[in-house]
Design a binder for this molecule. Structure first.
Ligand SMILES: [Zn+2]
Length: 447
């Protein structure tokens, strides 16, 4: 399969395309589940239609049946259990955990300790969707949170930062709910709670619906109730569409029949923002709790995993350049510029969630790679490293160069003729760091 994707990239290069624009180079067997990263732009609440990317056969909204009242008074626990704390009006973080997790037992729930009073003592396997789908879900979530101080990341924040965790896994059919979350924490006194999105199994292809469900469950952890309006974020039923938080006041309801509630979770806030204790204004509440939009001014970090700086190989050389990226909004689609002065003077541009690439047919010489990585907000990281490509095969410790030289020959096999003498090819790697996980979705837990 890797050979096929390389052949495609090669064909693009031979056709004279100056830039490689392949987003998310996924193996074809994942095609049925693959979706474009731009899921966030393909749907609107008024349209109410599934995106062209991923259409589930079911049409009727599925009841969330998800908000579970706290079995305690949040303010009683806030002083000791909410550490690290968060100030009302300052930004919050949602960590979406696709990696699988063992949830122990505690009360209130604690993202830092992976424990909960809901779904306690439960093991969640890593989510079975692709890496590209994870990025698309996170992108769609960010599009829903763009007006508020809400950071959304797929990487667990450090221990000293408050963050809410969305566990993305489990089967919504078995659970008879799309997700589940603790309700009633009106002022987000407990900023480190845990919510669940049960969208593995047959609804693992939900991207827009995955993002909506994750933001819906997150909102329950901030005290939000269900509203008696279809096609909005806090509707009591959901489907595979992207729905927005309501900018206005609407009746809080107890069920999918829109029975008006007699016990709103947060009557004080509702009275303040809507003038009625049983009406809720999603957008005003989010601004009250989390303030202005989260600004990404943190630069990503870019590290070279392979080859090492000063790497020697026999030319023409073929090798992978494996890069590791971290960012406050990781994963996302990054832009990478690749230049090798004297060889690639016009930087090659690629956009990918994993910027790693392969190089083939690098000629003899001393070369410097100059890489610039840009996140979606334009923050940059740079990385330079040298490689030395010589006439001779590298001499290994055992005194025999046969292994290295045969590897170099194998890399050129079948491609040298197409590329021409001295032809240099930049090829895309199909997300090497996550490839093993895709093949073995039930692999060991990473956290
Ligand atoms: Zn709900």
């Amino acid at each position: 399969m890797a050979v096929l994707s390389h052949a495609l990239a090669l064909a693009a290069l031979l056709a004279g395309e100056p830039e490689l624009r392949m987003l998310h180079p996924l193996p074809p067997e994942h095609g049925q589940r693959s979706v474009p990263a731009a899921a966030s732009t393909s749907s609107s609440p008024s349209a109410g239609a599934p995106s062209s990317a991923s259409v589930s056969p079911e049409r009727a909204p599925v009841p969330y049946d998800d908000a579970v009242p706290l079995p305690f008074e949040p303010r009683d626990y806030a002083p000791q259990a909410a550490s690290p704390r968060r100030k009302v009006g300052t930004s919050t973080t949602i960590f979406v955990n696709f990696d699988g997790v063992e949830i122990g037992e505690c009360s209130p729930s604690n993202s830092h300790e992976n424990c909960h009073w809901l779904k306690k003592n439960t093991t969640f396997d890593p989510w079975s969707g692709t890496f590209a789908q994870r990025v698309a879900i996170l992108d769609a979530m960010r599009s829903l949170a763009t007006d508020f101080g809400i950071r959304i990341t797929g990487e667990r924040p450090p221990y000293d930062e408050p963050y809410m965790m969305v566990v993305y896994g489990g089967d919504s059919v078995e659970e008879e709910a799309l997700g589940r979350a603790p309700a009633g924490d009106c002022w987000d006194d407990l900023p480190n709670q845990i919510a669940y999105v049960f969208l593995d199994g047959e609804r693992a292809d939900w991207v827009n619906g995955g993002a909506s469900t994750a933001m819906h469950e997150s909102a329950h952890t901030w005290g939000f109730d269900h509203l008696g309006l279809e096609n909005t974020m806090m509707s009591p039923a959901g489907d595979n569409t992207l729905v927005k938080y309501l900018d206005g006041c609407a009746q809080i309801v107890d069920d999918v029949q829109f029975t008006p509630t007699e016990e709103p979770s947060c009557p004080e806030i509702n009275l303040e923002l809507c003038g009625l204790s049983d009406f809720q204004n999603d957008v005003a509440t989010l601004k009250l709790l989390f303030g202005n939009p989260y600004v990404d001014d943190r630069a990503p970090t870019l590290e070279l995993v392979s080859p090492y700086d000063g790497y020697y190989a026999q030319g023409p050389a073929t090798f992978d350049v494996i890069l590791e990226v971290h960012d406050d909004l990781h994963p996302q689609v990054y832009e990478l510029e690749i230049a090798v002065p004297g060889l690639i003077d016009e930087p090659q541009l690629r956009r990918a969630a994993d910027p790693s690439f392969e190089i083939q047919g690098m000629p003899v010489g001393e070369w410097t790679f100059d890489l610039v990585l840009r996140d979606a907000a334009g923050n940059e990281a740079t990385l330079s490293f040298d490689v030395s490509i010589g006439e001779d095969a590298p001499v290994l410790d055992d005194g025999c160069a046969c292994a290295a030289s045969s590897a170099a020959r194998r890399g050129l096999g079948g491609l040298g003729g197409l590329g021409g003498a001295g032809g240099l090819l930049l090829l895309l790697l199909a997300i090497p760091a996550l490839a093993p996980r895709r093949r073995r979705p039930r692999g060991p837990l990473t956290r």
